[in-house]
Design a protein around this ligand. Structure first.
Ligand code: AMP
Length: 396
């Protein structure tokens, strides 16, 4: 049975078509620059070939139409009826969703209601759902939420110490993000080591352009670093992570800006990019760091320090830690970041194996034999979780 995983961004649409339950990827790719005046870009990997085409992409519906037509033209599938389900990644599920579900009008209404909490994400997600509905009216669609895994946090972890009315009236609290990824790598760790997830206390570090850290006890999230929005937590490619909120009013006053503009700058021109004055990309900063660039080094060191702050705090929260797992673009690939972070974890007896740590591209242990904490790098696979959940929901 063929199932499509979809991740719609404001100007992009990423897709992966799976043969399920075999979990085989049939084709994958993405559309970029959707809704731009300039030409958009369509990339697809299929039949062992990679193709890139420039074309006008007025909106997400044009992207979906192009994709479905191309699947037939390229003989990837013989008929659109072969696709039995489409699963969408949704960033913000708020308090409504603690698990994946089938799409109906009520689900769409709730995702729309949550647009205020994730305007850059939930709006394009809805556009994607509607585009597939328009082109494949009889297909079953599902939604898989980045926030769902974090719904097990206790009040003391998800509440901010702000007027309680803000929570009651506006839902101001921590929701977290990257939940699908944290849950996936935690379960992969248990599977690969033959351990029972129920017995494990884990800290998962999803370090990519966006970055978050989660404490997991018995397979359930107990705390996570992202908050009401994905701005909270450790510094990221372009996001500041935690700061004193007074910075916002101070910069507003000094630069004659409004709060929305400054928060946008904390999202878009801070983090690696803001501190290094150079790039939001870890590879660029590592290169500059080796050339002796002080600000690139500082940008990386601020993040390293904050990652360790969270690991330390979650170590106490969990009472012990059986494994620390690194994932996402930087976590999976940057042996330098893993080494810098683990070198700061000596106090809990964590030690890295330099030879294992130099390897990448597959799930493997990176701790030395005498490390008191198991350390792993595990590639994440959010699209596969979406396909699995979709298969389950449409066959139930
Ligand atoms: P993601 O958002 O998960 O796609 O991660 C993107 C980040 O991963 C960017 O900062 C990339 O520079 C980083 N990244 C990807 N490959 C490598 C690599 N080989 N070494 C260091 N960083 C990498």
């Amino acid at each position: 049975m063929k199932i499509m995983s979809i991740n719609c961004g404001s100007s992009s649409l990423k897709f992966k078509l799976f043969e399920m339950p075999e979990e085989k990827v049939i084709t994958e790719g993405q559309f970029e620059r959707i809704g731009f005046k300039e030409m958009g870009l369509y990339k697809i990997k299929a039949n062992g070939l990679k193709e890139e085409t420039e074309l006008q992409l007025k909106d997400h519906s044009v992207a979906v139409e192009t994709l479905l037509k191309d699947l037939i033209d390229k003989k990837i599938i013989n008929s659109l009826d072969e696709i039995k389900g489409v699963g969408h990644r949704i960033v913000q599920g708020g308090k409504y969703f603690d698990k994946s579900c089938l799409v109906d009008e009520d689900v769409k209404k709730k995702i729309e209601e949550l647009i205020d909490l994730a305007p850059l994400h939930n709006r394009p997600h809805l556009i994607g759902i509607n585009a597939f509905e328009a082109h494949l009216p009889n297909i079953k669609q599902t939604v898989v939420f980045d926030t769902a895994f974090h719904q097990t946090m206790k009040e003391e972890c998800f509440m901010y110490a702000v007027p309680y009315r803000w929570y009651k009236e506006y839902g101001i609290r921590k929701y977290g993000a990257h939940g699908t990824s944290h849950q996936y790598v935690a379960n992969e760790y248990a599977r690969l080591t033959g351990k029972n997830i129920e017995d494990l206390k884990l800290i998962t570090c999803h370090i990519g352009n966006g970055a978050s850290i989660t404490a997991i006890d018995g397979g359930k999230c107990v705390d996570t670093s992202m908050g009401l929005t994905p701005l909270e937590g450790i510094p990221m490619g372009t996001r500041s992570g935690n700061i004193d909120p007074t910075v916002v009013s101070y910069i507003c006053e000094k630069e004659g800006k409004d709060a929305k503009t400054v928060v946008n700058e904390l999202n878009k021109i801070s983090g690696y990019l803001g501190v290094s004055c150079y790039s939001n990309d870890a590879r660029d900063l590592e290169e500059k760091y080796h050339e002796g660039d002080k600000l690139s080094r500082l940008a990386l060191e601020i993040q390293d320090k904050r990652i360790v702050d969270y690991i330390g705090s979650y170590y106490f929260l969990l009472g012990r830690v059986d494994a620390i797992i690194f994932t996402a673009g930087i976590g999976e690939n940057s042996s330098e970041m893993r080494k810098r972070v683990v070198d700061r974890l000596g106090v809990i007896g964590a030690k890295i194996d330099d030879i294992e740590n130099a390897k990448r591209g597959f799930a493997h242990r990176i701790s030395s034999k005498d490390s008191k904490v198991d350390l792993w790098a595990i590639p994440t696979n959010e699209e596969l979780v979406i396909a699995r959940d979709t298969l389950k929901l449409i066959t139930e």
